[in-house]
Design a binder for this molecule. Structure first.
Ligand SMILES: Nc1ncnc2c1ncn2[C@@H]1O[C@H](COP(=O)(O)OP(=O)(O)O)[C@@H](O)[C@H]1O
Ligand SMILES: [Mg+2]
Length: 344
């Protein structure tokens, strides 16, 4: 359509210019009859139209091609080199809006990166400062003071342990994000896995006299298809939280239920401090803590739930949270059932 338009425009310009030139020539040469006038007119039209065509084809075409090549991404040029201004304008607009989107995405990532580094520096600063100051105090003479030297060393060691934990979690989260740590799905029994994690964390639960309870729906087949190591990490992080944010003499209860034909759901419930609904999404963010003033030296890396979320996303499974301040929290996640083969 636009090609026809530009051709008609060229014809119209050629006719108008040839009329002007023909009239001019006719005035210069007296004695021009009407047939000669039309001959001159036709000749002028022919020449102007030809020149116009050559100009648009070679000059404009090369210019537009240059613009296309300069501004449009390579994969587009092959199909889109165009001598039509309109088409080029549409392509450039299209390209411009794509670039704008990319640009705003880059800006978002940049601000995310800035926040992340800021948070990371903040998290690392405290344990680093603690261990450094205790070691310096010891070097300054406290080493000889039998009443405090062991205590100071223990505190310094604890702070270093925390640094180690942050680095380990960061490493894990980076690997999951970059897809470097691919899922290694296998068949396993989720109840056995929960019992293992309970056993591993039993010592910590005992410190707060928290009771572990495991329950499963009757007749439920509890074999699942997932990355066992990663689901163990999910359970560990959730159970650790249930102890850390649980009340003394409380309970951590895990219930495994049928969700539908293909999925089971694992619910981890505690009767601890809980939190308000407005934090439901944010607690999965890196370094987010509900209680900002919380004693970090006893806390984890602040990455636990964000690791959990990453692992569940990688499995294409869901994680839900429900909590009430002062009452307790429930984290639940889905897993794919592994139904036994007929010949098994
Ligand atoms: N079971 C829970 N009960 C109450 N609050 C919780 C629970 N689990 C997580 N949270 C809140 O979510 C935040 C993020 O948890 P997480 O990512 O595991 O980091 P961390 O345990 O290192 O603080 C915690 O700081 C806490 O405020
Ligand atoms: Mg945690």
């Amino acid at each position: 359509m636009s090609k026809i338009k530009s051709r008609l425009l060229l014809i119209a310009i050629s006719i108008s210019v040839s009329i002007i030139i023909s009239v001019f020539i006719s005035l210069l040469i007296n004695d021009v009859n009407i047939i000669d006038f039309f001959k001159i007119l036709f000749f002028c039209f022919f020449i102007i139209y030809l020149l116009g065509n050559i100009y648009t084809r070679f000059f404009l075409y090369t210019k537009l091609k240059e613009i296309s090549e300069d501004f449009l991404p390579e994969k587009d040029i092959s199909q889109t080199i165009t001598t039509s201004m309109e088409e080029l304008a549409i392509q450039l607009k299209d390209y411009d809006s794509k670039r704008k989107n990319e640009f705003s995405e880059m800006k978002k990532q940049e601000s995310f990166r800035r926040d992340f580094i800021g948070n990371l520096a903040h998290e690392i600063k405290t344990p680093l400062f603690t261990s450094q100051s205790y070691i310096l105090t010891l070097l300054d003479g406290a080493l000889k003071d039998e009443t405090v030297n062991k205590k100071y060393l223990k505190t310094a060691s604890k702070a270093i342990e925390r640094l180690n934990l942050i680095v380990k979690d960061l490493d894990l989260i980076t690997k999951i994000e970059s897809g470097e740590s691919n899922l290694n799905k296998e068949r396993f029994n989720v109840i056995d896995l929960i019992e293992n994690v309970f056993e591993m964390l039993d010592f910590r639960a005992k410190k707060k006299n928290i009771e572990f309870i495991l329950d499963k729906e009757n007749e439920l087949l509890t074999d699942v298809n997932a990355d066992k190591e990663k689901i163990e990490q999910v359970l560990t992080n959730l159970i650790e939280n249930s102890i850390k944010y649980g009340k003394e003499n409380g309970t951590t209860e895990i219930v495994v239920q049928n969700l539908n034909e293909n999925k089971i759901i694992v619910r981890v419930t505690d009767n601890g401090v809980g939190f308000e609904k407005e934090n439901y999404n944010r607690i999965f963010e890196r370094f987010f803590r509900v209680d900002k003033s919380g004693n970090r030296s006893s806390g984890g890396s602040g990455l636990g739930l964000s690791i959990v979320k990453h692992i569940m996303d990688a499995h294409d499974e869901k994680i839900y949270v429900e909590s009430e301040l002062g009452v307790g929290s429930e984290f639940s996640f889905t897993l794919e059932k592994k139904t036994p083969n007929k010949n098994e």
